[in-house]
Design a protein around this ligand. Sequence first.
Ligand code: ATP
Ligand code: MG
Length: 256
Amino acid sequence: MGKIFVFVNQKGGVGKTTSAINIGAYMARLGKKVLLVDFDSQGNMSTGVGISKDKPSIYEFMDDDSIAQSAIKHTAVENLDAICADEDLAGAAIEFADVTKVPADKRDFILKETLEPLKTVYDYILIDCPPSLGILTTNGLVAADAVLVPMQCEYFALEGITLLLQTVKRVQNSTNPNLTIGGIFFTMYDSRTRLAQDVVRNVQAYFKDVVFNTIIPRNVRLSEAPSHGQPICLYDPNCVGAKSYEKLAQEVISRG
Ligand code: ATP
Ligand code: MG
């Protein structure tokens, strides 16, 4: 039975999408069967793996499970499949919240019901969430077995994590008691700044084993890769960003 990870941080631009794409790509390189699910109307994940605007998207798929064959696209990485998202998903967020369209007790479970049957097909399903703790992210948390939290090494990061963990607790106490924290990891780390070093030290001291050992450095090749529609393992497998995501993917797999 496969495992579903959801990438969550309500702060924007912390590396959710970059991490989901590249951890997924290296899991696939390590022989795992992986499905990426873009669950953000920005569609950045879809662009990053070269399936941008390639309908049907997750929006249509949630409405009709019979279209799995056409919603799931192969990517250029063997064993790595993906489902795209586009601006229609912004409409879904409004529809889910409309009790005349979706009963209140169903609205948090829509993504879960869509992805559940695919757990027998994939070793890992990775969901990329938007930068908010709204209804889409809640659907991601309810669908998932574990949360992965990318964190930028900056002053307000810790406060953001506290709010996020409260949301996780609320979901654990209500709609998904089996949800676990898969771990927190640092992204865009710049070892030259004192602040980054301090944040890493503080977060490690506070969250201990929850923090992954691998730290993703700031690396310009990682930011260039999406415009070529390629994960870093295809765009520049030898750069430091690629090596770091390969190690992080191994760490995620080995934590079980
Ligand atoms: P959003 O909240 O908008 O969905 P996000 O959390 O998904 O953003 P990304 O889109 O992954 O964050 O990253 C934000 C920006 O930083 C992107 O332009 C991305 O290419 C760049 N970026 C991500 N990780 C790195 C890195 N390690 N080094 C350099 N640039 C990076
Ligand atoms: Mg994103």
